[in-house]
Write a protein that binds this ligand. Structure first.
Ligand SMILES: O=C[C@H](O)[C@H](O)[C@H](O)COP(=O)(O)O
Length: 236
């Protein structure tokens, strides 16, 4: 099968394009991280190139997002230079029926939460495999930790009933190091009944920078799906 026919790729492309179409000229745009948002960044670049869109500035949530923005000709800015973010587009690893999310599969959730939470409109882009009844059912919860605090943070997480695992690199010996130079612990909780409380409890552990629970941050969730063999977009 050629990659063009890969249904997951198709869903991600469609949903990325749909999100890029929501951006208006003159906007400050939060640029999320991950394989789905990468398509949104590509389509934003294409809209700029064609002249359909003008005068936008991106705020990247990761090294990956800034590299892609430069590749597709999207001018970048920083939070020091702007007084607002009009729209942010970002992916997710899980989405529950209340539009709460688990993010951080790409270890970018700390910067993502800063940018996504500041946006007037936060648009989440996912394929249908990311929709769950309860957060934590398919994906471990990422927690960014200061390296010197890794052991006490892991102990504290165990006391909360979680099973933490240090995320290891692929094609790199040793752990994943975030864009901020920290480590990521992926945590299995048997139940995540109260995501709002768990988000705060985890962030209250000294040494934790941020966790991947995004509660009451999303405004719109665009879901790429396949119906009758054709890609469609659903909205939550
Ligand atoms: O840290 C990474 C991010 O939270 C991503 O947005 C998330 O992992 C989803 O990525 P993808 O669209 O590649 O599944």
């Amino acid at each position: 099968m050629s990659t063009e026919q890969d249904p997951v790729k198709l869903m991600k492309q469609q949903v990325g394009k749909a999100a890029a179409d929501l951006v208006k000229s003159g906007s400050i745009v939060g640029l999320g991280t991950g394989s789905t948002t990468a398509y949104a960044i590509e389509f934003l670049g294409k809209r700029l190139q064609s002249g359909e869109l003008s005068d936008i500035k991106g705020i990247p949530t990761s090294f990956q997002a800034s590299v892609l923005a430069k590749e597709y000709g999207i001018p970048l800015t920083t939070l020091d230079e702007v007084d607002r973010i009009d729209i942010a587009i970002d992916g997710a690893d899980e989405v529950d029926p209340d539009k709460n999310l688990i993010k951080g599969g790409g270890a970018a959730h700390t910067r993502e939460k800063i940018v996504d939470a500041l946006a007037e409109q936060f648009v989440v882009v996912v394929d249908e495999s990311k929709i769950v009844d309860r957060l934590g059912s398919t994906f471990l919860l990422p927690v960014e930790v200061l390296p010197m605090a890794m052991t006490p943070v892991m102990r504290a997480i165990e006391k909360l009933g979680g099973k933490p695992t240090l995320r290891m690199g692929v094609k790199k010996a040793g752990p994943v190091v975030t864009d901020e130079g920290n480590l990521v612990v992926d945590v299995k909780f048997e139940t995540l009944d109260n995501p709002a409380e768990m988000e705060k409890t985890l962030n209250n552990i000294p040494g934790v920078l941020e966790n991947g629970l995004f509660v009451e941050v999303s405004d719109v969730v665009l879901i790429g799906a396949i119906e009758d063999g054709k890609p469609v977009i659903r909205e939550m």
